[in-house]
Design a protein around this ligand. Structure first.
Ligand SMILES: [Zn+2]
Ligand SMILES: [Zn+2]
Length: 793
């Protein structure tokens, strides 16, 4: 053995399996003249290198800096060992059996190397829409079980041809152990079918689909995590026909363009937004639309923002290029479903649900199909840059299942796997395994059977691919959420977490805080332990419990759920509360005049509290103001009134409408009473919605800041967490932290995890962990609140 030789052993953890990590290690070690081995084990990638000290050091430095694109190194423990005698080469050893703690890569966009091959007429995969390699392509959506090997994926039916197999077996090849590796000879096939599912004769199905799109037809395109419905985004006729067939009259539709240059023609993209658009996660990026870009008005009616995304599958690249040749350089790409249903998955299912066999008539004229099955649906992710930071509005395809790594002090040793069932709307689940929090893809609104089935499939899938059987469950306090009922049926200890407490804990989890913090949960609606509808809450919150410090002044929701769809009910309820029924009926306000007939009925409902819950919801206050100023009295989708109210203004007008602070029931109340009177005075003076909105937003920022200051002084807390669906409002999300920081508070806001109900499961999971760590979790149910907050660690 030569002198000066060193042998180092290392365990690498993170996303290091199924991403080309072992061949990377192999090539790196051999290139540096090192001997040793690399292997997959239960704990991660185990490796040893032996050779001159400086070469070993260079190896470990480059291990981090040059690791494959999909690898995420989370831990790297180095240990010196006695050199092994007689070792003459570096080898990849067979994987060791046993329970593994693998991390599966998400589905990511096709890489540059594959794209170049696909466009090379001399390449054997020229124009092949399923080209992929170790650094790109489908993962999460095709894996059925572990270990992540081809037989356990939806590629199991395709046997590799000799050329593909040679690549697969060659450690020096970019496709070494690329499980979905395929080519035109041996892999999946693309075809075009009519709406009934009959294959159409087409030499080039992509060109035929592009021609149909350019003629204004709707084409269903099978993608990575489900079907898209595509239409020419520059043609008003095509887009409005798609909207009509999809029964989605108002909600904005996402638009795919070939590249960043085309995206810049449609929207003003700052560098952060442009980077997000081009990232390998390929989310939908919301950005200000450029007026006069040629985009059909029906893409995003009454909306200043447009949601853009770039191609992420090889098929998208081919289709966008072919359509652009025919003038259709921007395509609507919206999820392939009827409104509110989960996105379609299988070919036969697509024909039944969006093709000719659909109950309410075909949505798609043609279907671009293939025979690589999608095991698990995964919708497109949505992000937006607010306050200089990228914010996830929906965290799904491209991000899932990369976990959030929680700070060690947040998760006690020996904590069992915990599954949180999430919210009712925008549902996601969260499986906690040790310090890794795995948020699921977007499941959707749990009010139809299909979505519930998808929820259950996802729960089982997470447990299976992460090899973590949940021992404790967490869910919302709402007794009627299907997620709550499902959690109750599982026969495990269950931790019930109040909705707005969970919003706060989600933010704490993201930023590694254990609390207590001053939490502002600015939200639509959630179940309160006093059985009223909460939604504008100030809490002293730790992960394991909370105390309510303040709330928005309460008002009535006449008709309950109906008031959510019909903001005019909220507007009238605010007037009734401020002026009383008689005076309210005589107000010279457009809303009162238009709804004059129903006002006595609403007043009676309020007086007798008939189907009229009390609420402190800030989201509903936005709705009420939108109705008072005549902007929107009914909504077609969740949050529409608030979105349009925000977009009605350019800048918040400060100081704006005054809010008052008062003490009620031992709580610091933010009182909107003065605001209602001021809105009416402005309307009487002829103000328009833009002015009302600007003063509302300006007043709200100042009001929330004063409210938080009072809460901070009362509680002595100086760290604030902002969460809840109202932070979808960019004016609040960008403006409120600045104001609170000026008051001396340290402020945390959601970024990686959605502020809305899509992030709720993370908060529930961490709350359950903290409860477990304090011995609060017993058989049956544990409700977290003021009592559990007192429990010391
Ligand atoms: Zn590739
Ligand atoms: Zn092949």
């Amino acid at each position: 053995m030569a002198s000066g030789r060193r042998r180092e052993r290392a365990l690498v953890t993170g996303v290091v399996q199924g991403v080309g990590f072992r061949p990377f290690v192999y090539n790196l070690a051999r290139g540096l003249g090192l001997t040793g081995f690399v292997t997959n084990t239960a704990a991660g990638v185990d490796l040893a290198v032996q050779g001159p000290g400086p070469a070993c050091d260079e190896f470990f430095q480059r291990l981090r800096s040059e690791s494959p694109p999909l690898a995420v190194i989370h831990g790297l423990e180095r240990q010196e060992e006695p050199p092994a005698a007689g070792e003459s080469e570096f080898s990849i050893r067979a994987s060791q059996a046993g329970a593994r703690r693998t991390l599966i890569s998400p589905d990511v966009a096709v890489c540059e190397a594959c794209l170049a091959e696909m466009l090379d007429p001399g390449d054997r995969r020229h124009h092949y829409p399923f080209i992929n390699c170790t650094h790109c392509g489908p993962r999460y959506t095709i894996i059925q079980d572990l270990p992540y090997d081809r037989p356990q994926t939806t590629m199991s039916g395709f046997e590799m041809c000799p050329s593909c197999r040679a690549e697969y077996q060659d450690p020096g090849d970019r496709r070494f152990h690329a499980q979905p590796n395929a080519c035109p000879v041996c892999g999946p096939r693309l075809w075009l079918s009519d709406a009934r599912g009959n294959e159409l004769e087409a030499a080039d199905p992509v060109a035929a689909a592009a021609a149909a799109l350019a003629q204004g037809r709707v084409v269903a395109v099978k993608g990575l995590g489900g079907f898209h419905l595509a239409a020419d985004a520059l043609s008003e006729a095509a887009v409005s026909s798609l909207r009509g067939r999809k029964h989605r009259e108002e909600k904005p539709l996402a638009v795919m363009v070939a590249d960043l240059e085309a995206a810049q023609r449609l929207a003003a993209l700052d560098p952060a937004a442009a980077a997000a658009l081009c990232s390998r996660e390929r989310p939908i990026v919301l950005a200000p639309a450029r007026p006069g870009s040629g985009l059909a008005p029906s893409v995003a009616p009454r909306n200043r923002l447009v949601g853009l995304l770039l191609p992420y599958t090889p098929l998208h690249h081919l289709l966008l290029a072919a359509a652009a040749e025919l003038g259709a350089w921007a395509l609507v790409m919206t999820s392939g479903n009827v409104s509110d249903e989960p996105i379609c998955l299988g070919n036969a299912e697509a024909v039944c649900r969006i093709g000719a066999k659909a109950e309410r008539g075909a949505i798609a004229d043609l279907l671009l199909l293939h025979d690589r099955d999608i095991h698990l649906r995964s919708d497109d992710s949505v992000v937006r840059v607010v306050g200089g930071r990228l914010r996830a509005l929906r965290r799904s395809r491209g991000f899932v299942p990369v976990p959030l790594f929680l700070r060690p002090e947040l998760v006690p040793d020996g904590c069992p796997p915990i599954l949180a069932a999430g919210a009712h709307q925008k549902n996601t689940l969260c499986l906690l395994r040790g310090r890794e929090a795995f948020l699921s893809q977007h499941v959707g609104d749990l009010d139809d059977l299909r979505t519930l089935e998808f929820f259950e499939l996802t729960a089982g899938h997470l447990a299976r691919i992460l090899e973590a059987e949940p021992q404790v469950l967490a869910c919302d306090l709402h007794p009627d959420y299907l997620s709550t009922r499902w959690a109750q049926e599982q026969g495990r200890p269950l931790v019930r977490v109040q909705h707005h407490h969970a919003h706060a804990v989600a933010v704490m989890a993201e930023h590694g805080l254990s609390g207590p913090v001053l939490a502002l949960s600015l939200d639509g609606t959630g179940y309160g332990p006093d059985r009223t509808v909460w939604g504008g809450e100030m809490l002293a919150a730790a992960a394991h419990g909370y105390r309510r410090l303040g709330r928005l002044r309460r008002f009535c929701l006449p008709g309950g759920e109906a008031a959510v769809k019909q903001p005019w009910r909220v507007g009238l309820a605010l007037l009734d509360e401020v002026y009383g029924p008689e005076e309210a009926a005589s107000l010279a306000l457009g809303l009162v005049q238009r709804r004059g007939e129903t006002l006595p009925l609403i007043s009676q409902m309020i007086a007798r509290r008939l189907n009229t819950p009390l609420t402190s919801s800030l989201g509903r206050l936005f709705d009420g103001v939108a109705a008072l100023c005549g902007l929107r009295e009914e909504v077609a989708y969740d949050g529409q009134a608030a979105v349009e109210l925000e977009q009605a203004m350019t800048m918040p007008d400060e100081p704006g409408y005054a809010f008052a602070l008062r003490e009620t029931d031992g709580l610091i109340e933010l009182d909107w009473g003065p605001l209602v009177e001021a809105v009416l005075a402005d309307m009487a003076a002829g103000a328009d919605c833009a002015a009302v909105s600007a003063r509302f937003h300006g007043g709200l920022l100042a009001g929330l800041a004063a409210w938080a200051q009072a809460g901070a002084e009362f509680s002595g807390l100086d760290v604030a967490c902002l969460g809840g669906g109202c932070l979808m409002n960019a004016c609040l999300l960008a403006g409120l932290p600045r104001r609170l920081e000026a008051l001396g508070l340290t402020v945390y806001t959601p970024a990686q995890v959605p502020a809305n109900d899509g992030g709720l499961s993370l908060g529930q999971a961490l709350a359950a962990v903290a409860a477990w760590g304090r011995g609060l979790v017993k058989e049956g149910e544990t409700v977290l609140g003021p009592d559990t907050l007192e429990k010391p660690a």
